[in-house]
Design a binder for this molecule. Structure first.
Ligand code: C5P
Length: 230
């Protein structure tokens, strides 16, 4: 079982998602779902994916709202046995603390992991500075938000392959780093800031999110062999 790989199920079709889980679950036990699957199918799709072999479900809905609303969202997601979920770190300390408080109300076995998103890779420096009024570089901003998140007891952060090293240096050994945009020798699709699995792990990532390279593969076992993680 390749425990460091999280397979992204980027489809709105639950039957297709279930078929992918069945196909990959001999090797991968962790699957990421987002709005595309949960809006048409509801959170009960999590049970169906678990029945199909998804031991761990990563709910990537990037919560961002007032503390009370985010607390409710975290509680509902945790009730559906979500293993890990995302929040926007720009929601601020009170929002993040409300999320942690709700997660902590669950037993150790059921407590979800909370990971924070700092700057989306779709934003560039000009947007950050001119439209969002942030006078830091993207990297400085990501490092600052990520460090604050760990200080506020979040379990980890999401970042691209480019920011793993500085964020790992800033947060130390204990926070989880989750990295999407990983590419093997195949096509880069619409991704620009891509990294290889080995470099990402060497820089300090704990989990790699891999979507199409796995879900589109005729021989997923060969793709996982190329990734070469345990
Ligand atoms: O198919 P691919 O490997 O590009 O899928 C990557 C997954 O990671 C998708 O679910 C995408 O939404 C997500 N993601 C990303 N880049 C980010 C954050 C999340 O590609 N910065």
């Amino acid at each position: 079982m390749v425990r460091q790989v999280i397979c992204a199920l980027d489809t709105g079709n639950l039957d297709e998602a279930i078929a992918t889980v069945r196909k990959l679950s001999p090797w991968v036990n962790t699957f990421k779902i987002g709005h595309g699957l949960t809006l048409p199918n509801g959170l009960s799709c999590i049970d169906k994916l678990q029945d199909a072999g998804a031991e761990r479900v990563f709910l990537d809905l990037k919560f961002h709202d007032i503390p009370n609303s985010v607390g409710l969202a975290v509680r509902e997601a945790a009730r559906h046995n979500v293993w890990m979920m995302t929040l926007h770190l720009t929601g601020g300390p009170a929002m993040l603390s409300a999320a942690v408080e709700q997660a902590d109300a669950f037993s150790a076995e059921k407590r979800p992991l909370l990971v924070g998103v700092s700057v989306l890779t779709s934003l560039d420096q000009a947007t950050l500075t001119e439209h969002l009024g942030v006078n830091r570089t993207i990297e400085e901003h990501m490092v600052k938000l990520s460090k604050d998140a760990i200080d506020l007891q979040l379990d980890g952060v999401v970042c691209s392959a480019f920011e793993i090293k500085p964020i790992r240096d800033a947060i130390g050994k204990h926070g989880i780093i989750v990295t999407p945009g990983i590419r093997l020798s195949g096509p880069t699709h619409d991704q620009k800031r891509v990294g290889t699995p080995h470099q990402a792990i060497a820089d300090g990532a704990d989990y790699l999110v891999i979507g199409r390279a796995l879900t589109d593969a005729d021989e997923p076992e060969a793709v996982l062999a190329e990734i070469g993680l345990e």
